[in-house]
Ligand binder design. Sequence first.
Ligand SMILES: Cc1cc2nc3c(=O)[nH]c(=O)nc-3n(C[C@H](O)[C@H](O)[C@H](O)COP(=O)(O)O)c2cc1C
Length: 166
Amino acid sequence: MKILTICYSLTGNNQKLANYLKEKLNCDTFEIKTKKKIGFSTVFMGLVFKKNPKLKEYKINFEIYDKIIFVSPVWFGKLAFPIKSFLLKEKPNILNYCFLTICLGGQKDKLEKELTSILEKKPFYIEEFGFKKLKEEGKLKQFDKLNEKNFEELKKDIDKSLKYLI
Ligand SMILES: Cc1cc2nc3c(=O)[nH]c(=O)nc-3n(C[C@H](O)[C@H](O)[C@H](O)COP(=O)(O)O)c2cc1C
């Protein structure tokens, strides 16, 4: 069983998740990169103008993979725009996929609907690893960027999901 993790991360949280999956599942990973650097202001501009960013050139041999695991943040209750660009571009190549995210949490059903509507197929699994609780407990120090200790706290939930990915 060959698995490819496809990740987008702006502030590093979902990159941590992708790295952890690589370690646990021994999968290949691909990082989505935008042509223009994205910052918080461009994220808001993207929301206003409803434009998905252009991606840097890449080549993926989808045929050799049995499963794809998408890993990406959620912005404004929706898929982060770069992953949306990727899904729209690669729709015919994405056959068996699941979606994982480290985000605040609370919109799993909405995300499943968005994914299904873009790709016209349901994910075989979807999970949010929400950090709302860590935030409420005052454990997040710098905005919403998780440090190693915060990530350790989410690992229990991530580990529970691993069996659904293989
Ligand atoms: C502009 C913006 C909007 C966000 N909107 C949501 C949201 O609607 N729901 C949510 O659960 N998290 C939301 N978040 C939190 C991110 O999903 C979360 O911080 C994520 O872990 C960031 O991932 P990254 O570090 O991989 O970029 C938002 C973050 C940003 C920057």
